[in-house]
Design a protein around this ligand. Structure first.
Ligand SMILES: [Zn+2]
Length: 417
């Protein structure tokens, strides 16, 4: 056994809690859970008294390099934000800036308990370079977008697949991608779906984020974005659809039938005044619902604890999501969207674990561990982050990323905007 967590309060599947637990990790997998000391001696022991061991969080929709645009354009709707501010700023980005922005994002993710991300951006091989160094898990994609030549995009995607798909025992995976219905055309959707089918990939897209997107699509095609995507074969592979704020009951049926995941991004949707997704309707309709922050330019943080709390309190009322439901969105359902055996503290699952220090005023007294984890804890309460059994962050120290260098480079990078 490589590592043993001792005396922890462990968060097990279905929000069960095991106190005074021993959790053993070997060769990147969880191999032991119990209240007795395991017979096999561990290589290293991590003392867990006063701490909660939880499954690491999965951020199922983000744009990592957008940390460089954090606070660049706030307090406006999505259309103005995107077309008048973000797209012109992104024209100035270079491969090196994308790499720096990604490392900055990954430090924030790792330090706040995220163990895996689904990222969509350009210069994606430079995002992959940062992910490879950091030790985090990621499903990465470079979206097909605009009226551009999709043969060029397909060639680029195949290069990215050759370079990084399956890297480090599948720690990095490449997904196919369409940016969104309103930024592309049917020929591009079909090319992306073909790329995914021929290479056994998942596909990541934005779907029905704003009412304007929904209305303009219905005017143009006579169909909703989900229905028009379906007509062109996009859902013939497992799809991760970010937002799904303005979707109809028929759209929910399409997503459920095709086995797609809807990613709820409540903070970004509220900040850009896009609305609130009908999370409970989607879950009850049989859709896998996961959770994401979206990019740091529209959030403006990558803290999945904020996201869980917001998701839970937005879906309060007669049919509440509940704290346990929000935790499920951020763990098991995210791992399912990425096609990974992760997101649970269970024997045989990947050792993607986070330890939180509960010996703090805002986390005491402890009536209900799941309640405190979702409603009271913050990303900054994470004191250890482990991915595939490797510790990436411990007690404020990054073990894979040079914190000072990245902060310095990110500060310089921001001057170009
Ligand atoms: Zn997005």
């Amino acid at each position: 056994m490589d590592t043993l967590f001792r005396n922890v309060t462990a968060v097990l599947p279905d929000a069960a809690v095991l106190k005074y637990a021993y959790v053993g990790v070997d060769a990147g997998k969880i191999t032991y859970i119990g209240t007795e000391l395991p017979a096999e001696p561990p290589g290293g022991v991590i003392e867990g008294r006063g701490k909660v061991l939880a499954p690491g969080l999965v951020n199922t929709h983000t744009h990592l390099p957008m940390t460089l645009l954090r606070g660049f354009a706030d307090d406006m709707d999505l259309q103005t934000w995107l077309f008048q501010h973000i797209f012109p700023a992104e024209d100035k980005l270079t491969a090196e800036l994308v790499y720096t922005g990604s490392l900055l994002a990954l430090m924030e993710c790792i330090a706040s308990g995220t163990v895996s991300v689904s990222d969509m951006y350009f210069f994606e091989s430079d995002v992959a370079r940062a992910v490879a160094e950091s030790g985090i898990k990621a499903n990465l994609c470079r979206p097909f977008q605009g009226e551009e030549n999709h043969e060029v995009r397909t060639r680029e995607a195949l290069e990215l697949i050759g370079q990084y798909h399956g890297y480090d025992n599948g720690r990095i995976r490449i997904d196919a991608s369409v940016h969104a219905e309103y930024t592309s055309s049917p020929a591009i959707w079909e090319a992306a779906a073909t790329l995914a089918r021929e290479n056994g990939l998942r596909l990541h897209t934005h779907l029905s984020e704003t009412v304007r997107e929904h209305d303009e699509c219905v005017t143009k095609y006579g169909l909703t974005p989900a229905a028009v995507f379906d007509r062109h074969g996009l859902f013939s592979v497992p799809v991760t659809a970010a937002h799904c704020v303005h979707i109809t009951d028929d759209d929910i049926a399409i997503l459920a039938e095709r086995g797609a995941t809807a990613v709820h991004n409540p903070v970004s949707n509220l900040k850009l005044n896009s609305g609130v997704a009908r999370v409970q309707a989607m879950r009850k309709g049989g859709v896998n619902v996961a959770l994401g922050t979206d990019g740091a330019a529209s959030n403006n943080s990558l803290d999945m604890f904020e996201e869980m709390k917001t998701a839970a309190i937005l879906a309060a009322g007669d049919d509440p999501l509940t704290a346990a439901g929000a935790l499920r969105l951020a763990t098991v359902n995210g791992a399912k969207a990425q096609g990974r055996e992760s997101g649970q503290i269970a024997v045989g699952f990947d050792a993607d674990l986070i330890l939180l220090d509960f010996d703090k005023p805002h986390l005491q007294p402890l009536h209900n561990v799941i309640s405190s984890l979702v409603y009271s804890a913050r990303g900054s309460d994470v004191c250890l982050t482990m991915v595939n059994g490797t510790i990436l962050y411990r007690d404020g120290e990054f073990l894979t990323i040079d914190r000072e260098r990245v902060l310095r480079e990110a500060g310089k990078a921001a001057c170009i905007f």
